[in-house]
Design a binder for this molecule. Sequence first.
Ligand code: ADP
Ligand code: MG
Length: 261
Amino acid sequence: MRVITIANQKGGVGKTTTAINLATALAAVGRQTLVIDLDPQGNASTGLGVERNDRELSSYDVLMEQASITEACIATAVPNLSLIPSTLDLLGVEAEMSGAAGRAYRLRDAIHFHQVEEARFDFVLVDCPPSLNLLTVNAMAAANAVLVPLQCEFFALEGLSQLLQTVEQVRDSLNPMLDLHGIVLTMFDGRNNLATQVVNDVRAFMGDHVYETVIPRNVRISEAPSFGKPAILYDMKCPGSQAYIKLASEVIQREQALAAA
Ligand code: ADP
Ligand code: MG
């Protein structure tokens, strides 16, 4: 089982879209996949068709040790894809856990327990809030690797060094096994010269860490969540869905290389 945390403290860069569609593509090739929605906004839960009223147990209950991974996860409309939804209770987690021993390890412990007891999943993808708070730190402490979506815009690299520093800190203090899985460039618009420049800059700066696959800006991708469907189900042929399917095969390749290393 591999745990991949999808993080970037900037909002609107494509974390949730990447979590949903990468998970769907992994599930489509037969990998048992779990998305854990760790953002109080709950966009991954809504995007996978789970409305607020249908969320009984949530990632909040897992973090508060009131539910196990197995108890909190629910099936989605996508075969092989399960979800632990989020609720607004997550907003209070930081305050409720302040001073609690091992509070950065709550998610890791829950996943570890699951792995020992049952190990139902091949991949766990954790969708983080747009912040480097205790939720994101829990997600990084629980992960094998961090995947960073970067939007192809002028300020793409701004904030990246702070994010990479957080990854280092978590590696030094909480999770020595943590890898930087890679950077995926999102919302690329080929008609925009600046976007091409950003892709080149990020590749020059981060080298092999950047995925070959670049996710294009595609209106079908932004329409899909309002139907409670991953874009890959909503319109599998659209360029955005095709890019996420390609990304999934790259992720599987990298995972195999990392797991073997
Ligand atoms: P984050 O989780 O980082 O806040 P989201 O994945 O929610 O970012 O994306 C922000 C917005 O951009 C959403 O409305 C989403 O539908 C849209 N979006 C994401 N990726 C694409 C894309 N490749 N093409 C078009 N719109 C996109
Ligand atoms: Mg999000």
